[in-house]
Design a protein around this ligand. Structure first.
Ligand SMILES: Nc1ncnc2c1ncn2[C@@H]1O[C@H](COP(=O)(O)OP(=O)(O)OP(=O)(O)O)[C@@H](O)[C@H]1O
Ligand SMILES: [Mg+2]
Length: 295
C-alpha cells in the first residue's frame, strides 16, 4: 500500500510508521498540509502533492490537518469517490458527519449516549460568564479549541481570573469551554485503533503543573486496562460514538469518588510516549488496521 500521513513530517511517530510499514511491504510518506495543491477547472479536478497526483495513494491518514482541514477534506472526498482512496478517520469525508467535527457536537453525542464527562459550558464571550457562574465551584478549567498539547488549557481560581482569561481568549474567535475541575492523580491516555483499546498510560504532571501533557513535562507510566475494564470500555465507546478510528482518548479519574470522566478524544494522537512507557507497538497496530481497511 502507498500511505500518506497528512500533517506529519520530521517526527518520531512518522519514523515508527515508516519502519513498521516497510516491514510489511508498505510505503509510508508524510507531508506538510501546505504542500497540497488543488487544480480545478470544468474539465478536471485534481489534488496534487509535490507535483504528483494524489490518486497515487491508497490510504490517507489525517494526522494533524489543522486550519487547512476543509481543503484537505474536499480533496479527500474527491479521491474517495473517484479512486476509492481510503480516508482515515473516514468521518471527515462522510457528508452526514461534518456536523460532528466540533466539540459542541461531541458533547451532544456524549450527552445522548450518557457517557460521563466533566460538566462543561461552551461560550463565545466573557459577557456570558454571569449567567453560568453560579453553576460552578472554583477552581475550574478554561479551555480554548485553539491550543494543542495543553497550551490552550488554564486553571482559574476566582471569578476575576476567569473573566480575564475568557476575555483574552475571546480575541482568538474560538469558542471557550469552562469545565469543572476534577481532582486527580494524573489522567489516563487510552490509545484506541479501530475502536479497540490497544494500550494505555497514566500521565502525571510535573511538579507545580496541573496539566499532564507529556509535551509539558508530564511523565508516563503503564496503566493496566485489564484492571480497569470500565475505563477500557468507556474509551472504546467514546471512540466509536465520535467515529474516531484512531483515537487518543483522555480519561480522568476522580481521586475521591473513583468516577471516570472523558476529557477529550484526539484524532491524531502522539504514540511515541505510549510505545516507550508501555512497550505497546502502536505503529504496527495502526499499519495492521490500515491493511484491514483495504480488503
Ligand atoms: N476538568 C479537568 N480537571 C482536571 N484537570 C484537567 C481538566 N481538564 C483538563 N485537565 C488537565 O489538563 C490537561 C490538558 O487538557 P485537555 O486534554 O483537555 O487539552 P489538550 O491536551 O490541550 O487538548 P488536545 O489534546 O486537543 O491538544 C489534561 O490532560 C489534564 O491533565
Ligand atoms: Mg489532552
Amino acid at each position: 500500500m502507498k500511505i500518506l500521513i497528512a500533517g506529519l513530517v520530521k517526527n518520531e511517530q512518522l519514523i515508527r510508521l515508516k519502519q513498521e510499514g516497510s516491514k510489511r511491504g508498505h510505503e509510508v510518506e508524510g507531508s506538510y498540509t501546505s504542500e497540497l495543491v488543488i487544480e480545478a477547472g470544468n474539465e478536471s479536478f485534481e489534488p496534487t502533492l509535490r507535483g504528483r497526483p494524489m490518486a497515487e495513494y491508497d490510504l490517507i491518514y489525517n494526522w494533524a490537518v489543522g486550519k487547512r482541514r476543509w481543503e484537505w477534506y474536499a480533496a479527500e472526498l474527491f479521491l474517495k469517490e473517484k479512486y476509492a482512496t481510503i480516508i482515515v478517520n473516514s468521518k471527515v469525508v462522510d457528508p452526514s458527519y461534518k456536523l460532528f467535527l466540533t466539540p459542541a457536537m461531541n458533547y451532544l453525542k456524549q450527552y445522548r449516549q450518557k457517557l460521563p464527562f466533566p460538566k462543561s459550558v461552551l461560550i463565545f464571550s466573557s459577557k456570558s460568564i454571569d449567567s453560568i457562574i453560579d453553576k460552578f465551584k472554583f477552581p475550574l478549567i478554561v479551555k480554548t479549541s485553539a491550543g494543542r498539547q495543553g497550551r490552550g488549557v488554564f486553571k482559574a481560581d476566582s471569578k476575576e481570573e476567569l473573566v480575564e482569561k475568557v476575555s483574552e481568549l475571546q480575541g482568538t474567535k474560538q469558542s471557550v469551554v469552562i469545565r469543572e475541575f476534577i481532582l486527580n492523580d494524573g489522567d489516563i491516555r487510552v490509545f484506541c485503533v479501530g475502536y479497540r483499546a490497544i494500550g494505555a498510560m497514566r500521565r502525571i504532571p510535573k511538579e507545580g503543573e496541573f496539566r499532564s501533557n507529556i509535551s509539558l513535562g508530564g511523565k508516563g507510566e503503564k496503566f493496566d486496562l485489564e484492571r480497569y475494564p470500565k475505563v477500557k470500555r468507556l474509551a472504546e465507546k467514546v471512540a466509536k460514538v465520535t467515529a474516531t478510528e484512531i483515537a487518543g482518548v483522555d480519561i480522568i479519574i476522580h481521586k475521591e469518588t473513583g468516577k471516570s470522566y472523558i476529557l477529550e478524544v484526539n484524532p491524531g494522537p502522539q504514540f511515541a510516549g505510549l510505545e516507550k512507557y508501555t512497550k505497546t507497538n502502536a505503529a504496527l497496530e495502526i499499519i495492521k488496521y490500515f491493511e484491514s481497511l483495504l480488503v
